[in-house]
Design a protein. Structure first.
Length: 320
């Protein structure tokens, strides 16, 4: 076990901000969601983080960066999309450690909605085997006799859908479901309005993530602005407080957002935005392109080692 990050030689120099990406915290492991951690692992990671880092919300950390008062080891816990288990599973763990997270919400999925990626997972989970035949709707044939084959099918279908325009993507999802009926899919994956208010009232920061998680570079400038502003305004009205931070859907520089989108967020009154570029932020970082990384590692030793590796990467190049 690691007693202290200092034993690993945490990188010196200016204070560094590590921003961690989570989506869901599952009650128990799910073989079809290997990228999502369960409550026990999240508890272990949070125990480690609370012991070795000062945990902050994204907006507070961005302000500390600007003002030169960031702690030497600072970290933000962020959740993307707005899953119900952010409240039902993650919040009680966060509360035990007196930690506050930043939850980036795609408003179009609140109250019973379901993201296309989750529709694919739950559809493939229920699809009869040994082959899932979607050739009639142009989505191929996929073996699903084993868990590994189902995981491969999920990835293949998600890739086909990810960069479609929202209306086209929704229409293709409907065709997929009609081609191979599997019965009712879950409608309780995402936060309700009441749960979102509870998260905010508990001190967690709520940030924008567009309306329907559309990648901004797939939209016209006007369309991207509308997605961002509508999502922000919905959250601000629901929670009766300003929305200060934003997470770019998918979040890869150039492919998913560009410098024009960063400038747009500033014009719209946001104070910070996060990407999915690995690395840490130090004073002088662009507050509208803060790096984040996903904290892989089934053991705390591996988790700490990857935190170290991420910190040594420094700051990623900003898009200009």
């Amino acid at each position: 076990m690691l007693a202290s990050l200092s034993l690993l030689g945490w990188p010196g120099g200016a204070p560094a901000l590590s921003i961690l990406i989570y989506h869901r915290v599952l009650p128990t492991p799910d073989p079809l969601r290997p990228g999502e951690i369960d409550a026990a692992l999240f508890e272990s990671q949070l125990t480690f983080l609370a012991r070795h880092f000062e945990l902050m919300t994204v907006s507070d950390a961005a302000a500390a960066l600007r003002e030169g008062r960031l702690p030497r080891r600072a970290a933000c816990i962020t959740f993307d999309d707005g899953y119900a288990d952010n409240w039902t599973v993650a919040h009680p763990i966060l509360a035990r450690h007196d930690a506050k997270a930043t939850v980036f919400v795609a408003t179009g999925y609140l109250n019973g909605g379901r993201m296309f990626s989750d529709t694919v997972i739950e559809f493939v989970r229920l699809a009869p085997g040994p082959v899932l035949d979607l050739s009639a709707v142009g989505m191929g044939r996929h073996p699903v006799a084993t868990v590994q084959e189902r995981l491969q099918a999920i990835t293949a279908l998600q890739v086909q859908l990810k960069y479609l325009a929202p209306d086209e993507r929704d229409a293709q999802v409907r065709r997929m479901l009609a081609a191979v009926p599997v019965g009712a899919l879950p409608d309780d994956l995402m936060l309700t309005d009441a749960q979102l208010r509870q998260l905010a009232d508990a001190g967690h920061e709520i940030g924008g993530h567009t309306v329907d998680h559309t990648v901004l570079t797939t939209l016209t400038p006007e369309g991207a602005r509308a997605q961002v502003a509508r999502g922000r305004d919905h959250l601000a009205a629901l929670l009766d407080r300003p929305i200060r931070s934003f997470a770019y859907p998918n979040g890869r520089p150039v492919r998913d957002y560009d410098a024009g989108h960063a400038a747009m967020l500033k014009e719209l009154g946001f104070e910070a935005a996060v990407s999915t570029s690995a690395g840490v932020a130090r004073r002088g970082a662009d507050p509208f392109q803060l790096p984040r990384y996903t904290p892989w590692g089934a053991s705390i030793t591996m988790f700490a080692a990857r935190l170290m590796r991420n910190a040594r990467m420094g700051a990623p190049a900003a898009v200009v």
